[in-house]
Design a protein around this ligand. Structure first.
Ligand SMILES: [Zn+2]
Length: 271
């Protein structure tokens, strides 16, 4: 009886185990079939959507970078001339050569010179100045030549003298640095009659006013006119004459411009 009972008990256990396994297999099988089908489609769709979204986003992220490049192009370096420009000896011989703080003469430039009262000048300028001074005598406004041709080395000492007296900044407003002086051209002269010599008040004297009116008829211009400090780089110098020839002098005066502006040549300060 005991053996039979044990045998039945084993069979019941086996039957329960078998049933459990069958139920388990069914569960796994049905879940394996039913569950993934719909969700797997959904997941695929989501993944595709995600992929589409990524594709859509990526161009959106890169587009602004491209646009930004177009809006802000790399800076292009502007070519800027290095001042001063040093002219050649041949260029310096032109009667209308422009010398200023940005254009200088070679240190060895020496023009053809001839004697003129009070110094030396180029022949064309010397002849014109002699005629002008003769006319001034006739008009009762006699003037003398305070300075005419100055060599490069003379300008070195002239400029240094003014720098030691007034300081470099002030000296630069009325005295040219070596190589930048029109006096080295042999085409410039400083005139005076003892009143306000080499001072702006010379422009208000009878001689100064007469000179300003008549200089062009002899081929000279007041090279540094009043109110043109910024344009020329120098203060008003009613005593400083520059020879350019009669025709050019009249054209420059008629234009109301400085010589630099008339020829469209950069001037002003040294830099
Ligand atoms: Zn001068």
């Amino acid at each position: 009886m005991k053996k039979l009972f044990v045998g039945r008990k084993r069979m019941i256990v086996l039957a329960i185990a078998t049933l459990t396994v069958c139920v388990g297999i069914y569960w796994v099988t049905t879940n394996g079939k039913d569950m993934p089908e719909l969700p797997s489609e959904q997941e695929t769709t989501v993944e595709e959507q995600k992929t589409e979204e990524i594709i859509t986003i990526k161009p959106a992220e890169t587009t602004p970078a491209v646009v930004e490049k177009k809006i802000t192009p790399p800076p292009v370096a502007e070519p800027s001339p290095e001042w001063p420009v040093i002219l050649t000896n041949t260029e310096a011989t032109s009667l209308t050569v422009v010398i200023n703080k940005k254009h200088k003469l070679p240190s060895d430039y020496v023009p053809e010179l001839t004697d003129v009262t009070g110094g030396k000048m180029r022949p064309e300028a010397a002849q014109a100045l002699t005629s002008l001074l003769y006319k001034a005598d006739e008009a009762g406004v006699s003037m003398s030549v305070l300075s005419s041709y100055r060599s490069y080395s003379t300008q070195v000492s002239t400029y240094n003298k003014w720098v030691s007296q007034s300081g470099k900044a002030v000296a630069d407003t009325f005295s040219a640095r070596p190589g930048h002086s029109e006096h080295q051209l042999g085409l410039a002269a400083d005139l005076g009659n003892g009143t306000c010599n080499l001072e702006t008040c010379f422009g208000n004297t009878a001689a100064g006013k007469w000179l300003a009116n008549i200089a062009q008829d002899y081929g000279f211009i007041i090279r540094y006119p009043a109110g043109s400090d910024g344009a020329t780089g120098y203060q008003y110098e009613p005593w400083h004459l520059r020879y350019v020839g009669v025709e050019t002098a009249k054209a420059i005066v008629a234009s109301g411009q400085t010589m630099d502006q008339y020829y469209g040549i950069p001037a002003g300060d040294y830099q």
